[in-house]
Design a protein around this ligand. Structure first.
Ligand code: GLC
Length: 459
């Protein structure tokens, strides 16, 4: 991990420890196994049914967008090395001064339909957008506060309403992110590290009751189906406070929520961020969220973009461990997705066009570690399909599937419509495929291996 990420990362760990929730960049850690009251009566089958679309999807878009895109990480001419959406906090920007950025937040080029098409064409099945981040600014029409897009700035449209409509139109699920505890603008909101402006003074419980809870109720009632509620950074949250939010989930039957509510609620899935898990918990659902550069919100000076190939490898690595990938975009104050993000997503989409069968609806690899790449699988009553994602094409063409037993029926390149058979043989070490010696011209080639009968892999 590059040092510039480290400040935010350390802070996250600190916030996480204080509030008793679990997030690390490199491993999925277990949250307390406490079933939320509202969902406690659900059977395993009911829960599986609720999670089914999400488990099939494997790939979603995160969008971090608010007033912080106006300063975009630059304060009084100084580039903050770490902060994008955290600029107000990290620079201790006084409340009245930060509020002036809202006057310049006029994203007239925002086109929700175009954004959803970018996500859809990349192969993403759901979008999670910041309805309110830690700066407290409502990105939707709220009647609870004037600190929001309708009342505090020139842009009178409702970005969340437009995105909800576009998601409906294109068949993507909509998730809403809401920072329930931190709020640097409303009196009483949590401010990790202490307050820096007298306007922030106030009672946290009053803040929860009068701002956060009513706003969560709003976002769960105004925008049609909401598939995921994505809480964040449960600083100062405890059981009693978390319990204020739980009944609201019943406003959206079938909604999923993450493990960042606080009060030791495990939620439906874990949320490791910025890194690939090494020991993913097999008994919990999980979703890695990750930036494409180093910042969640738009940051004009952050050009440290991951390549499309890296992003595809991340998606594959995560799917091979049974998780989801929530890949972030930080749109500009004009309402545009950064060109660097759009280009990369288009390349991911070209790969998905040919290879999405190796991602959607797959489950974790049956192999412990593969020196040449990753594996995802689909198992049904008649047999199994292994999808071999080949990171390092073998120089001599021989590819070992270590410990694989069972009847291989066929092997072929997923990208090959003719499904030209790839020869294979079995020996004591497993099954060996005789691949062509030169790799196909693809960012990441995938070979399908069809197995009849039971899939067996010995360690
Ligand atoms: C953190 C950060 C935040 C970002 C989030 C995404 O909690 O506070 O800025 O929204 O992680 O996972």
């Amino acid at each position: 991990m590059k040092p510039r990420c480290f400040g935010r990362f350390t802070l996250l760990l600190r916030v996480g420890v204080v509030a008793g929730w679990a997030v690390t960049g490199l491993a999925v850690t277990r949250a307390a196994e406490v079933a939320p009251d509202a969902l406690a009566t659900q059977t395993r089958e009911q829960r599986d049914a609720r999670m089914a679309w999400w488990r099939d999807a494997r790939f979603g878009m995160f969008i971090h967008w608010n007033v912080s895109s106006v300063p975009a990480g630059v304060y009084h001419g100084k580039h903050n090395a770490f902060a994008g959406e955290w600029l107000m906090h990290d620079e201790k920007i006084p409340v009245p001064e930060y509020r002036q950025y809202a006057a310049h937040f006029n994203p007239t080029q925002y086109d929700a339909d175009a954004w959803v098409r970018v996500a859809r064409d990349a192969g993403m099945k759901y979008i999670v957008i910041t309805a309110k981040h830690h700066d407290g600014f409502a990105m939707y029409h709220t009647d609870i506060s004037t600190w929001g897009i309708r009342d505090a700035g020139p842009f009178k449209r409702d970005p969340i309403a437009e995105l909800a409509a576009a998601c409906q139109k294109h068949g993507l699920k909509l998730g809403l992110y809401y920072s329930q505890a931190q709020d640097w603008n409303h009196p009483g909101g949590a401010t990790p590290g202490g307050k820096w402006d007298k306007a922030q003074a106030g009672n946290f419980d009053k803040y929860l009751r009068e701002i956060a809870v009513p706003q969560v109720r709003e976002i769960l009632t105004k925008y049609g189906p909401v598939a995921v509620l994505w809480f964040d950074s449960p600083y100062e949250m405890n059981r009693e406070r978390a319990n204020l939010f739980l009944p609201l989930l019943e406003l959206q039957p079938g909604i999923l929520f993450n493990n960042r509510l606080g009060g030791e609620y495990a939620g439906d899935f874990e949320t490791p961020e910025q890194g690939l898990p090494e020991n993913a918990a097999a008994d919990r659902d999980w979703e890695v969220c990750m930036t494409m550069n180093d910042t969640w919100g738009y940051k004009s000076t952050d050009h440290h973009w991951k390549s499309a190939e890296t992003l595809i490898r991340h998606l594959v690595d995560i799917a091979s461990q049974g998780g989801n990938y929530l890949l972030n975009i930080g749109p500009t104050p004009e309402g545009l997705m950064p060109a660097a993000s759009v280009e990369r997503l288009a390349a991911v989409g070209r790969w998905m066009n040919t290879n999405s069968a190796a991602i959607y609806g797959t489950s974790a690899s049956p192999f412990s570690k593969l020196p040449w790449g990753r594996c995802t699988k689909k198992v049904d009553a008649s047999g199994a399909r292994l999808y071999l994602h080949i990171f390092e094409w073998p120089a001599k063409g021989d590819l070992l599937l270590p410990g694989l037993k069972g009847t291989v029926e066929a092997a072929y390149l997923l990208a090959d419509p003719a499904q030209k058979p790839i020869p294979f043989s079995a020996n004591s070490a497993g099954v060996v495929l005789a691949l062509p010696t030169s790799a196909p011209d693809a960012l990441l080639p995938v070979v399908v291996v069809r197995i009849t009968g039971q899939l067996q892999v010995t360690p």
